[in-house]
Design a protein around this ligand. Structure first.
Ligand SMILES: Cc1cc2nc3c(=O)[nH]c(=O)nc-3n(C[C@H](O)[C@H](O)[C@H](O)COP(=O)(O)OP(=O)(O)OC[C@H]3O[C@@H](n4cnc5c(N)ncnc54)[C@H](O)[C@@H]3O)c2cc1C
Length: 347
């Protein structure tokens, strides 16, 4: 499929109002908003495709998602994210997913999750009849915690009602409610996305994500690449420049302030480093890479760099609310093995 954006075929300008490092979905949205606000904006992407974790690749005629396989809320224009896409004139069609997920157990059985919460609960009770009352009790607490979590972390309302839950992990709550290993495994099937094993994942954070799934999960018609390519196309239409296959080596800092980037760009022998100045530098690269490799020692000392040592890659993306006690400080490399491995699900 021909890509829908042109990308720079000539040298970038010497200066921009803003440079965005990385054409992941975060960088693309940010760059679109800046360009629409009238700023001259350059996106620099190391890959030859845009999208980062939202890109796709092809093998033997099949298309695979690099990572993201569903997009909560995006197809619902009543949500903040859905309306943001309308504001950016994104026309990608969103297909509502039902079932939203399918979990495969080590014993060969499977459980698909319906999009409607009541159907999901009903199905769980049929599959695990001995735990029907426990399921009602568990989801009663999850619902309450979800609402308290939204108030506290999205509306910034200080509330003592969070106190009984804020230091609990999802593992502790599951152990308290359920006897069966298989049901506990099923209810931790999505934990891989949160970035920590159940014994280190905040129950409040888990509840907020667990129920938000039932507000609607969507997939872009044609695949993730269609969506991110359209974001790149809209950015160029707004006057933005995209520099592909180019690696930012450093964020240039003077007097504790970023003033530009050093980028390695060009093909083969013509590949060279050059400096581009910018009023604002936005890094869409992950936080570890940004702090350890991109910014110099001058700024790094000010960023409480040590607190980052323990963060897993996904926690860094999710922000400070992931992790126990709604504060992210845990690391486990084995996230995506949870579905296949009982031992990890017990972790
Ligand atoms: C296996 C997996 C499955 C997931 N599934 C889902 C899901 O189903 N639903 C969901 O909502 N979320 C999912 N996520 C999370 C989601 O994919 C990410 O949160 C999201 O895509 C991150 O987007 P981003 O723009 O912040 O970063 P990225 O996608 O990481 O983009 C960063 C970009 O910056 C570029 N870059 C980095 N450093 C440099 C540099 N020095 N110079 C130039 N370019 C640079 C990278 O090449 C990349 O394109 C999943 C994540 C993983 C890992």
């Amino acid at each position: 499929m021909a890509r829908r954006f042109r990308a720079l075929r000539e040298e970038p300008n010497a200066a921009y109002d803003a440079v965005v490092i990385g054409a992941g979905v975060g960088g693309l949205i940010c760059a679109n908003l800046l360009a629409r606000a009238g700023l001259s904006v350059l996106i620099v992407e190391q890959h030859f495709m845009v999208g980062g974790y939202c890109s796709t690749f092809r093998r033997k005629g099949y298309t695979f998602d690099a990572a993201t396989h569903f997009y909560p809320l995006l197809g619902n224009p009543a949500t903040i994210t859905g309306s943001l896409l309308s504001e950016l004139d994104i026309t990608t069609d969103w297909v509502r997913m039902d079932p939203v997920d399918c979990f495969h157990f080590p014993d060969g059985s499977r459980f698909s999750v319906p999009a409607d919460f009541d159907s999901y609960l009903h199905k769980l009770k049929i599959e695990f009849p001995d735990e029907a009352e426990n399921l009602d009790r568990f989801f009663g607490v999850v619902r309450k915690t979800y609402l308290i979590g939204l108030m506290r972390y999205f509306r910034n309302v200080e509330t003592e009602r969070i106190a009984p839950y804020k230091d609990l992990t999802i593992r502790e709550v599951l152990n308290r409610h359920f006897r069966g290993e298989k049901l506990r495994l099923l209810l931790t099937g999505d934990i891989g996305h949160w970035g920590s094993p159940p014994s280190q994942t905040s129950f409040v954070f888990d509840s907020m994500l667990r129920l938000s799934y039932f507000l609607g999960n969507y997939y872009p018609r044609g695949g993730s690449q269609v969506f991110v390519d359209e974001l790149a196309q809209r950015f160029e239409e707004a006057g933005g420049h995209i520099l592909m296959s180019s690696m930012v080596r450093r964020i240039l800092v003077r007097n504790h302030t970023a003033w530009g980037i050093e980028v390695e760009t060009g093909q083969g022998r013509n590949r060279k480093a050059r400096q581009i100045s910018a009023g604002v530098v936005v890094s869409n690269a992950d936080l570890h890479h940004t702090l350890k490799q991109l910014i110099g020692s001058e700024l790094r000392g000010r960023c409480r760099h040590r607190r980052l040592q323990g963060l897993s890659a996904d926690c860094v993306r999710s922000g400070p609310r992931a992790g126990r006690g709604a504060d992210c400080h845990h690391s486990k490399a084995d996230r995506y093995r949870l579905r296949r491995d009982h031992r990890l699900a017990r972790a």
